[in-house]
Design a protein around this ligand. Sequence first.
Ligand code: AMP
Ligand code: MG
Length: 405
Amino acid sequence: MSKQYPYFISLDEAVSICNEYGIELSTETISLTNALNRVLATGVVAKVDDPGFDNSSMDGFAVLHSDTLKAPTKLSIVGVSNAGTQEQPSIEKGEALRIMTGGPMPIGADSIIPIELCNIEGDEVILQEPSKPSYVRKKGENFTQQQELFSAGTIMSPEKISLCAAAGISEVTVYKKLKIAVISTGDELKNLGDELTFGQIYESNSYGLKSLVEMYGHEATRFPYVIDDINVLRDTLDDAAKDFDCIITSGGVSMGDRDFVRIIMEQEGQIKFWRVKMRPGSPPIFGIWNGTPIFGLPGNPVSSHVVFRAIVGKWLTALTNTPDSYSKYINAILFEDIKTQPGFTTFRRVELFDKSGITYARLKGHQGSGNIAGIAQSDGLTVILPDDKGRKGDVCKILLLWVTT
Ligand code: AMP
Ligand code: MG
């Protein structure tokens, strides 16, 4: 039977179809303290110079370099500059000023000698070596007032948040988080805490999917799982479409008689594609339900994760113009042949190891798409493109599953 929509397409086609149904994100201004993992909607500009004044990077003495060339040299101590000293001191030729790290440089000094190279004798100091101009941190050497520090699209990391604070920026304008509904489907599902009887399993996909949504900087709500009943599913999708920007389901998208997400989308929704040439995870469906984008992910736990990363994550990052920003890749040498299929993108679960300074990837656990333990214990996923074979010894792109920086 011919389909009214793209069917069993390449991963690249799937991603580009999803991108045709992007959502315009609104923006909000938030406190810097809440900015971790948020995406800047407008660039940020420094309000001050950094450093704001010449200061010392060492505990020691501020001196005139020309006074110290014939070290050891004796100079007279004329005062002190602490971090926080508010009036700029000064020295003359033949003089030294005790200075702490961060203390303002005195007028007349151009260099620092660290305290370890000094002997103090009363109000005099003997320098054992010449002083160093490089221990002076110069005004504006890190950044200057009005300099653009970050452009729109930057994802805020702990270091970038510190830099904003150093630049006097207390608020940033970011894209608002999408509100995403995560809905699991299946008669076999039970909630954590419930007793499992024969044939039942714990509903686990929604936990990983919620975490993935959050990792990608958005907000997820886990719905109560939905039994395999088209009427219950319809009510749930209607509710979700009303209150959420996007819906992610898991389960019920394959060819079976009880795959109701696929069935309801065929009968009542707008399907934009169904089935993708990828392993694992070939059954996903994408479409629109009551005006809301819906990603129907497969129920197999590994597939749901892989499809999120390969398709949903790409869509989310395209919305903020940060393409693929949460995906970190490395190249590794395949330690063994990987099973591939011509025309398919292959995401096998691998662990990485180092031998003689070279990074290798080898299969981790059995590669069944129900084996959540396998993916949870892996370092990454192979990204073997449709035309590649994945042979032992090949250089292979690996998508790292979890990187904290
Ligand atoms: P389905 O895609 O509905 O055919 O489900 C495929 C496999 O994934 C079956 O073995 C299901 O029991 C399992 N599965 C479906 N949904 C979930 C879920 N939310 N958590 C864990 N496993 C699931
Ligand atoms: Mg099912």
